[in-house]
Design a protein around this ligand. Structure first.
Ligand SMILES: Cc1cc2nc3c(=O)[nH]c(=O)nc-3n(C[C@H](O)[C@H](O)[C@H](O)COP(=O)(O)OP(=O)(O)OC[C@H]3O[C@@H](n4cnc5c(N)ncnc54)[C@H](O)[C@@H]3O)c2cc1C
Length: 462
């Protein structure tokens, strides 16, 4: 593992060999790159922060880091929830925010070529101007970058129909740990030549290569969405409805869940008039055209009612559907108004959602803490948010105890300790319990083969 630190000699070498590159060395500037959204995790102050503006600068920086044995922390917008972009003491953080150009929107091949620093919402808006749609839709889409989405294989609200980020990637341009620039794919829809390096690098959290360009799949823009809200007297009933919707052959664009604590927090923030006595709510969206959307939501509604929903309501207009989606996206911030929140990210097979919801309640009772759960129930991916009193001196201890129980419960149900946020530096000790020693050994072999010096985001994931 590389263990050098940024020195005057390193800074002089960078300034001499890549005079165009922006390099931040002031401690105040560096401090703003120390953490991501996992403020509770230990982190180090970067020795310097580089803001390259093209691939050649990235490759040159990697070569100089190799020469001085300095670890590199790749960073997008820093909205990550697994500590993947937090600083390493004395290392170089490479922030991709200045590589923020959309290079080509190709209507004929339904794809977009982009640099990694482009914000997800900016890319969506740019392609929408051409009647096209970029599907990956993390709730943080207005702040997170495409590079970070690729680094984490981000999920979000419409994976249940369109899949995680990886399913929208056709090819990458990357800089490897020895400074080599390579392309892993291009505009071909079908391409099985050799190992899929694209799929390997997406989700590797900056540990295998630095992504400098991506060719992403687009779709013709679907019609505006219609929304169904269904309220349930118990979490189990809502969990049952999730499975019932899937087995009814309904494939909605969004199938999200909120428990009572989250319903009330969101309602307090937005004044939507939600059923505050309900134990859980499902939000189902359709993006099918015209009456097909009505049919889809009717079938989803029937499945909800058969599973015990006490009340259902539909959006009256696309604007109302957008408002409801925005409210769901803001669930985490709504909980932040109550206390200090730690967001978790467990996943289980869809049929085990009711069991996972029950386990979350038991864990909250055992530790005498409040946990508000929301998430992408259609993917079996739940975000139990631990809510602590601000300034609670036992925060770190409680967080750790609750996390351990949540991860154990997810694994016991055949699930995962992270559905979309990543192992990062937050969950490394849980990789082997989930994947097994042999799989981790193979992962380490890949890491060693591609980055023998351990330059790229060392200590993260593995
Ligand atoms: C309120 C809130 C809601 C969220 N909702 C969702 C959600 O619905 N779904 C979801 O998946 N996530 C969600 N997230 C988490 C986060 O927004 C995503 O993980 C996002 O993909 C991170 O993007 P970023 O640009 O902020 O990346 P960063 O946090 O800066 O980095 C993320 C990882 O990618 C690596 N990386 C960044 N750029 C590159 C690059 N160019 N090359 C190689 N590696 C790179 C970093 O090293 C790091 O490991 C949410 C976060 C918040 C705060």
């Amino acid at each position: 593992m590389a263990n050098g630190i940024v020195t005057e000699a390193f800074i002089t070498a960078v300034r001499a060999r890549i005079p165009q590159v922006r390099l931040l060395t002031d401690p105040v500037d560096r401090a703003s790159y120390q953490r991501d959204e996992t403020t509770y995790l230990a982190s180090g102050l970067p020795g310097a922060v580089a803001l390259p503006s093209d691939t050649a600068q990235v490759a040159a920086l990697v070569r100089i880091c190799a020469e001085y044995d300095i670890p590199i922390v790749p960073r997008g917008a820093g909205s990550g929830l697994s500590g993947g972009a937090t600083g390493i003491e004395g290392a170089l953080t490479m922030a991709f925010t200045a590589m923020d150009r959309i290079l080509e929107i190709d209507r004929d091949n339904l794809c977009v070529v982009t640099q990694p620093g482009v914000i997800n919402a900016t890319l969506k808006a740019a392609v929408a101007g051409h009647g096209l749609f970029y599907a990956p839709d993390p709730a943080s889409f207005e702040t997170c970058s495409i590079g970070g989405n690729l680094g984490t294989n981000a999920g979000g609200l419409c994976c249940v129909k369109y899949g995680q980020t990886r399913e929208s990637v056709l090819g990458l341009e990357v800089v490897m740990a020895d400074g080599t620039v390579l392309r892993t794919g291009g505009k071909n829809i079908k391409d099985v030549a050799g190992y899929s390096l694209t799929h390997l690098i997406v989700g590797s959290q900056g540990t295998l290569a630095l992504i400098t360009e991506a060719t992403l799949r687009l779709r013709p823009a679907p019609p505006p969405r219609s929304t169904l809200l269904a309220f349930f007297p118990s979490l189990e009933a809502a969990g049952k409805a999730v499975a019932a919707i899937a087995t009814a052959g309904v494939s909605p664009v969004t199938l999200e869940l909120m428990d009572q604590l989250v319903i009330r927090a969101v309602d307090d923030m937005h004044g939507l008039g939600l059923d505050r006595e309900a134990a859980a709510m499902l939000m189902v969206e359709s993006d099918l055209p015209g009456s097909a959307a009505d049919d889809e939501l009717t079938r989803a509604e029937d499945a909800c009612t058969a599973s015990g929903a006490t009340f259902t309501v539909r959006s009256q207009s696309p604007a109302e559907a957008d408002l409801l989606r925005e409210a769901r996206r803001a669930a985490h911030w709504a909980l932040e108004r109550i206390g200090e929140v730690k967001m978790e990210d467990v996943g289980v097979p869809r049929s085990r959602v009711p069991d996972m919801l029950r386990a979350v309640q038991e864990i909250a009772a055992k530790h005498e803490v409040r946990i508000g759960t929301f998430g992408h129930a259609g993917d079996g991916n739940l975000h139990p948010d631990l809510i602590l009193e601000r300034g609670d001196p036992r925060a770190a201890e409680i967080t750790r105890a609750v996390q351990q129980d949540l991860y154990r419960a997810a694994l016991d149900l055949g699930g995962t300790v992270t559905g979309e946020h990543g192992i990062g530096s937050a969950r490394t000790e849980w990789l082997e319990p989930q994947r097994g020693g042999d799989a981790v050994r193979v992962m380490r072999a890949i890491k060693t083969a591609l980055d023998p010096q351990g330059l790229l985001n060392p200590g993260r994931v593995l």
